[in-house]
Design a protein around this ligand. Structure first.
Ligand SMILES: [Fe+2]
Ligand SMILES: [Fe+2]
Length: 452
């Protein structure tokens, strides 16, 4: 197929929502849509491995399970990228789908950003010279570094990337200092340059005699682990029993000790800034809230920061059972009727955990259930008075709001950690004592990082 031929995508049995998500990410692509067995049988004879740039399948072909579809397609088009995309979580078996031939499996709406990224990077890119950017941590780049690639800033209000440093020239120290002074935490790199970026960080770590991994990689690995954890919870081919539940908790504890609480005592602020700013998809949100909640807990001397980390990982699991249309509305724009539904998600999170026979400490369960309740007594779903909120629930609630305010999102200006704290204080949702403890922490560490 030449570079100039139009891109062609085949969709088989996609649910309307999934079809929409895929097509929205594929501007100007020619689609062939198969909706039922007859169409499938008819179209099947007329194409081979070269015919499509990618194939997207869903559960919409009656009598044809995803796994069967995978096997048929593997024969017909072994070299073509094949994705499985669905909105149906109760019969979703990602592991088996991939084992049987799909390149990857996605569940919506959680994985919508990943579907878009997969399309940009693996289907459109290279053919269309479209640019797709990845974030890298500012902590991995220093003034004077000679980078083999360009870096970019992202302007969320205009949804645009602009070049910040040039390739093959030393990075001006002033540029990095300026970003640090503004508590900015990340830069963007063209996804095709990521190998060069990894070579750069590996070389730098070697020179420093550091055996660890770069901040960027640590954050990426954490996100991958969180996705695997969630996928296992959703995978209906994994049976729900106490052994599996215990395995899930073990998986969760490994994530926490390897990525969240490790090395915090000497590096609190660095750890915090390593997580600030990540775009707000489901997995980033879970890993960020988990990281922030654990860091704040450590910072104020809480006895079990691991519990806060666990609550952070699971707090919004139940969002997957909230209708899509409510998830796309900003929280403050929800009507009261919509709020009644939206704020069932903490309870749904706990139910999902219990249905999978995962046993969590009581304080974690309470924190999850109360993460949208507020000190002002006007929170959701129960307008619980301050006296009935736990310290863990308040830390989790703070971490949740903190992530929302400090992350990059199209069309919205992100806040620095200290400004975010001020904004949260003003809502009255958090105990003023906790706010002043956290303010001291953030101020102290901001000062330290400036003088370092
Ligand atoms: Fe929530
Ligand atoms: Fe949340």
């Amino acid at each position: 197929m030449s570079d100039f031929a139009p891109l062609r995508i085949l969709t088989i049995g996609l649910e309307p929502k999934a079809q929409q998500t895929v097509e929205a990410a594929c501007d100007g692509v020619e689609f062939t849509r198969v909706h039922n067995v007859e169409e499938f049988a008819q179209s099947f004879e007329h194409w081979d491995d070269e015919a499509f740039n990618a194939i997207f399948c869903g559960p919409g072909i009656e009598g044809m399970a995803g796994i069967e579809l995978a096997q048929v397609l593997l024969n017909q088009a072994p070299g073509t990228i094949k994705y499985y995309v669905t909105i149906t979580t109760d019969r979703y078996e990602p592991r088996l789908l991939v084992k049987n031939g799909f390149t990857a499996a996605f569940v919506l709406p959680m994985d919508a950003p990943l579907v878009k990224k997969a399309i940009q990077e693996n289907v459109l890119s290279g053919k269309r010279k479209e640019r797709s950017f990845r974030t890298v941590k500012l902590l991995d780049i220093s003034g004077g570094d000679q980078l083999q690639f360009e870096t970019f800033l992202f302007l969320p209000k205009n949804n645009k990337h602009i070049r910040y440093t040039a390739a093959n020239q030393p990075v001006e120290p002033a540029k990095i200092e300026k970003m640090q002074a503004r508590q900015m935490t990340q830069l963007w790199v063209d996804h095709r340059d990521m190998n060069k970026f990894y070579q750069h960080t590996a070389k730098k770590l070697r020179q420093l005699g550091d055996e660890g991994v770069s901040s960027t990689e640590r954050q990426e690995k954490l996100k991958d682990c969180v996705r695997t954890l969630f996928t296992d919870i959703f995978d209906s081919s994994v049976k729900a029993d106490f052994d599996v539940g215990r395995e899930t908790i073990k998986q969760c504890e490994n994530i926490i000790s390897n990525y969240i609480t490790k090395g915090v005592s000497s590096n609190w602020y660095k750890k915090l800034m390593g997580a600030v700013g990540e775009a707000g998809d489901t997995y980033n949100h879970a890993s960020n809230v988990s990281t922030f909640a654990a860091l704040f807990a450590i910072g104020i001397g809480h006895k079990a920061p691991e519990d806060l980390a666990m609550a952070g990982l699971f707090h919004d699991l139940g969002m997957t059972q909230i209708p899509d249309e409510l998830q796309n509305v900003r929280e403050h724009e929800l009507t009261n009727e919509q709020k009644q539904i939206y704020y069932t998600h903490p309870e749904k999170s706990v139910n999902m955990i219990k249905n999978k026979r995962i046993i969590i400490p009581d304080s974690v369960e309470k924190a999850i259930l109360l993460h949208h309740e507020g000190w002002h007594g006007r929170g959701w779903p129960k307008q619980m008075p301050a006296a009935r909120l736990s310290e863990e629930a308040q830390i989790l609630s703070f971490a949740d709001q903190f992530d929302y305010l400090t992350r990059f999102e199209e069309g919205r200006v992100r806040l620095t950690p200290l400004d975010a704290l001020e904004a949260i204080r003003k809502t009255g949702s958090i105990n003023p004592e906790l706010i002043s403890q956290l303010r001291k922490l953030l101020q102290k560490d901001t000062e330290l990082s400036k003088s370092a």
